[in-house]
Design a protein. Structure first.
Length: 157
């Protein structure tokens, strides 16, 4: 896989989007300060208030997402319809300046890991996706997997 292949791999992009929806790198986005008095969700917010955006809660809101807690990459297959509700790197002028780079690196890395290795679970049990404590929501139990290099890895390296 090369970087130029990534735009052609729609399902891989959908998997990445769905993963970032359910498991954002940082569940609380960078704090913002309201520049004017405003109203958010029916609450009056005075000028100068520090606002925290809970991306984790927005991404799991059943009012915005059908079957919000299920992993369904297919929800992103139809192009841009769901993308505007997805904000793992923030939105607008205050969005992460490295979001485009992060998406490219994630896509290339995941694509190469799939292309170059065969993956299996260590046991027959389902992977435990329970979240631990911390600002980046680490997994409660670290992921353990077995991988075996494919023959193609010689060509890639």
């Amino acid at each position: 896989m090369e970087e130029s292949d990534f735009p052609k791999l729609q399902y891989l992009r959908s998997i990445i989007s769905e993963t970032l929806r359910l498991f954002p790198a940082t569940p609380l986005l960078i704090p913002h300060i309201s520049s004017n008095n405003c109203q958010i969700g029916g609450f009056d917010i005075p000028r100068g208030t520090i606002l925290l955006v809970n991306a984790w809660a927005i991404h799991r809101d059943p009012k915005s997402w059908k079957d919000a807690t299920s992993f369904k990459p297919e929800r992103f297959e139809n192009g841009e319809s769901e993308v505007y509700k997805l904000l793992p790197f923030g939105l607008g002028r205050r969005a992460c300046p490295g979001a485009a780079l992060a998406n490219r690196v994630i896509g290339l890395t995941l694509g190469l890991l799939i292309q170059c290795y065969e993956w299996e679970r260590v046991s027959k049990k389902e992977v435990d996706m329970a979240e631990g404590k911390g600002i980046t929501m680490p997994k409660l139990k670290p992921l353990e997997a077995m991988c075996k290099a494919r023959a193609i890895i010689r060509k890639v390296l």
